[in-house]
Design a protein around this ligand. Sequence first.
Ligand code: PBG
Length: 338
Amino acid sequence: MSTSNGTAYGRFPGARPRRLRTTPAMRRMVAETRLHPAELILPAFVREGISEPVPLAAMPGVVQHTRDTLRKAAAEAVAAGVGGIMLFGVPEESKKDAVGTPGTDPDGILQVAIRDVKAEVGDDLVVMSDLCLDEHTDHGHCGVLDAEGRVDNDATLERYAEMARAQADAGVHVVGPSGMMDGQVGVVREALDGIGRHDVSILAYTVKYASAFYGPFREAVGSSLQGDRKTYQQDPANARESLRELALDLAEGADMVMVKPALPYLDILARIADTVDVPVAAYQISGEYAMVETAAANGWIERDRAIMETLTSIRRAGAGMILTYWATEVAQRLRRGE
Ligand code: PBG
């Protein structure tokens, strides 16, 4: 680089990067990365059959919503300028079964929640839904099982197609297939197009690692899972594999792609963001949230600064959109100019 070959600009004592850090105004002016409420997406849980919201022990500040409080949370997100909401339904325990029937029942809690939120916010918020069976199955896996108890990829795809139709019928803007079955994006696209819903888009969970950081989410959705998801979610050791998942999802019709979890996988996020010409999202997951909240509650880190630093880092690595449980709070803070 010509600027670092020995000119005064490129060498100390002429070169002093600290000059651009002297005042808050200077730092604000030269900042390369900024957060905006519209790029934040709020993941929200709604639980069937409860009359009061249920706080989640491992995610302080996050609740399982009633239908009513979910509507309020959606309205609050709109007021704060949040871009979207990602809905997760938690059916009554007795309704879960081996094939995840509540996930395709027009009166299943997720479909009900989509209709509720659409009635509340209309098109003022992008309404998204998790398209996966794990919240709805009694065994807690993301798909249906074969006779040996293994997750059956192609039988699961048929259920996903049905889920896509049920969610589209309920009025969702975007579906988020998150089960990591091979071929899921293509099958979902075909199912939507088959009922004339070319307008419903797909946010593909393209890169999803079998992560220990999903721990608190399992409480959030009352997961029944025994064992792990290592036969369908990716091995944290692999990076190139993500590019293969990406190529497949784009070929199958993904409108947007996601990397998940976020902070431990910023290298993957940066590679994906450099490669694609579709919007890229990252999901700051439950364990990432819990780590910050717990450390802050103990007085070990500054909560608000830590939250902004994680989000800025995810944005800097290349995410255009971030799913975060702090979406509304952070959007409010950004609006106040903090
Ligand atoms: C699967 C799904 C999971 C999350 C979002 N969608 C759980 C999993 O794969 O085990 C995790 C979200 C989080 O941890 O915040 N339906």
